[in-house]
Design a protein around this ligand. Structure first.
Ligand code: GLN
Length: 198
């Protein structure tokens, strides 16, 4: 069966874990590299991307996750701060510790103080009705490289994108009762069961 980890260093990992459990998927809190064993997917939650990045580096998770993703045995989904962590480019903060695997450029806190947080119904590719999305001090995906598919936009800005086994979203599906994006990710991770794990 698919086993999915949630990076549990900082941020709203409990909500992701609860959503996975509601869907009948075994959910594991990941704090150390050895917790990745047997997982076919990992969710990196929202929170504070600098904190997540510094601690993930210190605990050896950054390199362990990078290795598993590069060998093709781990699907990865970053939400909000998690999307920042997996992004290749953060022009405002080029030295921020991060995984840097997904070919996207992000801007942190892109909506400024006035509209700090908001909610919106999004059209998402592959879903038959809109997804109610919560944005909380959200980043935007400024641009994507070749091989990255844009799955949702809000006011021209990219808010959900996929590159093979990598998924990045700037909003918080774990704060809704709508499981459809988690289901999409579970399907991505399930495809990994066909890949032999090292
Ligand atoms: N503003 C946070 C950051 O830049 C992300 C916010 C969130 O994850 N809800 O790291």
């Amino acid at each position: 069966d698919v086993k999915i980890g949630v990076l549990a260093i900082q941020g709203d990992f409990r909500e992701h874990k609860a959503m996975l459990q509601t869907l009948g998927v075994e959910a594991v809190e990941v704090r150390l590299p050895r917790h990745l064993e047997g997982l076919s997917g990992l969710i990196v939650p929202g929170g504070e991307s600098t904190t997540i990045g510094m601690l993930a580096r210190e605990y050896g998770l950054e390199s362990a996750v990078r290795q598993r993703v590069q060998e093709g045995s781990l699907a990865l989904w970053g939400t909000c701060a998690g999307a920042i962590w997996i992004a290749k480019e953060i022009p405002q903060y080029p030295d921020q510790p991060r995984l840097g695997l997904m070919d996207i450029t992000v801007q942190r806190n892109a909506y400024g103080r006035q509209v700090d947080s908001f909610e919106e119904d999004l059209e998402v590719k592959g879903l038959d009705r809109p997804f109610h999305a919560f944005f909380i001090r959200a980043p935007v995906i400024l641009s994507v490289g070749e091989g990255v598919e844009v799955l949702a936009q809000h006011d021209q800005e990219i808010v959900l994108a996929r590159q093979g086994q990598l998924l990045a979203g700037t909003f918080h599906p774990e704060l809704t009762h709508d499981p459809r994006i988690h289901q999409l990710f579970i399907a991505m991770a399930g495809a990994n069961l066909l890949v032999p794990h090292g």
